[in-house]
Design a protein around this ligand. Sequence first.
Ligand SMILES: Nc1ncnc2c1ncn2[C@@H]1O[C@H](COP(=O)(O)OP(=O)(O)OP(=O)(O)O)[C@@H](O)[C@H]1O
Ligand SMILES: Nc1ncnc2c1ncn2[C@@H]1O[C@H](COP(=O)(O)OP(=O)(O)OP(=O)(O)O)[C@@H](O)[C@H]1O
Ligand SMILES: [Mg+2]
Ligand SMILES: [Mg+2]
Lengths: 256, 256
Amino acid sequence: MGRCIAIANQKGGVGKTTTTINLAAALAAAERRVLVVDSDPQGNTTGGLGERRDEPRPTLYDLLLGEVEVGDIVVKTGFPHLDLIPADIGLSGAEVELVEREGRETILRQALAALRHEYDFILIDCPPSLGLLTVNALAAADSVLIPLQCEYYALEGLTLITNTVELIRRSLNPGLVVEGILMTMFDGRNNLSNQVVADVRAHYPEVVFATQVPRNVRISEAPSHGKPILQYDIRSKGAQAYLDLAVELLQGRGAP
Amino acid sequence: MGRCIAIANQKGGVGKTTTTINLAAALAAAERRVLVVDSDPQGNTTGGLGERRDEPRPTLYDLLLGEVEVGDIVVKTGFPHLDLIPADIGLSGAEVELVEREGRETILRQALAALRHEYDFILIDCPPSLGLLTVNALAAADSVLIPLQCEYYALEGLTLITNTVELIRRSLNPGLVVEGILMTMFDGRNNLSNQVVADVRAHYPEVVFATQVPRNVRISEAPSHGKPILQYDIRSKGAQAYLDLAVELLQGRGAP
Ligand SMILES: Nc1ncnc2c1ncn2[C@@H]1O[C@H](COP(=O)(O)OP(=O)(O)OP(=O)(O)O)[C@@H](O)[C@H]1O
Ligand SMILES: Nc1ncnc2c1ncn2[C@@H]1O[C@H](COP(=O)(O)OP(=O)(O)OP(=O)(O)O)[C@@H](O)[C@H]1O
Ligand SMILES: [Mg+2]
Ligand SMILES: [Mg+2]
């Protein structure tokens, strides 16, 4: 039975998509069978894995509306052991269309249930909001990985996501835990970066990953080539950081 | 009659809040009367102007639900000529609660109508989504300023916001125009940055501001002091860029 991890944070631009793609690629390189679910209407995870967003095919939207079976929408990416459930802008319609639906918060959990045994890891990339798509991901997941940019606004917003996780745990998903907080775009030369890291490690000592992802221009170049950083530049600091993160996740940071 | 400008882009972390606060402060320094409306439940514009987000007072949420008059929620910030309509996480409830409401897309436009004559500029900071809060801002605005981070995913997502502006123009707000595209976090030493700028200037020659905001650590430090960059460090490159942007806006880039 695979582990399902939601990659979530309502703050925008903190590295949710970058972490989803590159952690997935690192786990796949370690021969784990990985499914990536793009639940952001922007479709950045879909594009960053080299899949066209404007391809006429069913996406997560069609699955949530119950029009297709989950098996019909899984895409084999060009990367071994790495499959994708794609998204496109049509998914933004789901937020409004599902409001009236019975059990609207657990549609994704039910849809993914049929697949759980086929993968070692299912990673769900979330949009920058705490709306129905993110709630569905948190209800479906065993744990949530929170990417946190080393910036003030990101730090200010951390309690918003941790409060939401707590709410979901009490109402929809009693087993939900925080997999970890991942510091991203860390720049050791910059005071603010160091201050934010020190603050977060002091307040959340149990849950911050030892791995920190440095700001690394190769990471931001990779998506324009439709590749994870491992395939784009394995020697880069960014690739190394995500390989370290995969190892940390596989070894279990002491988490149950 | 003042100009109302929405600062919008569904891509997260591109500099919407940073542009709202610092353009507002630059216009206020030029003795224009400015109102900033924080329509993002994260409340970063509220926090970045030094106002506490957890202060027990009415916010934009109460205005949209019709429980207060607009005059009751305007906060005088510590900065001359700069007022604020604050937000907090409660605002995220509005997205769901307003779905059933008649005329749900133009509630903000009606609420702000009473204030338009009191300000030279009204700037609306939007959340990173194309949901009801952003739609309300686009329906209320005369124009939309699109901050665009010099990164691949931001470039990929540009058509999503320009398409939405076109939809709003045809359905809710025939006068809505693009005020301009503002390149943010530009780093001249980095190929990707230069490529993205060249691409955007080639595709949208008429609408890209001449002013580009460089990546500047002082900009990201200012919010932790609750101040715009002008007040935090007037000599910084970031402060200079936002003063240049205000001048460009006031002189009219030849726009009607
Ligand atoms: N460690 C890093 N070093 C340099 N650039 C990075 C790094 N991580 C992410 N980026 C870049 O920063 C931008 C934001 O990252 P990303 O899009 O992954 O964040 P996100 O949280 O998914 O954004 P959104 O909230 O819009 O979904 C992207 O352009 C990405 O390429
Ligand atoms: N020119 C700049 N140089 C350096 N840092 C910047 C610059 N502009 C913005 N930042 C920082 O980048 C981060 C993202 O900016 P900001 O929060 O303004 O974006 P946003 O589009 O409002 O994000 P969201 O989508 O979450 O609302 C913030 O931590 C901010 O301080
Ligand atoms: Mg993303
Ligand atoms: Mg913002």
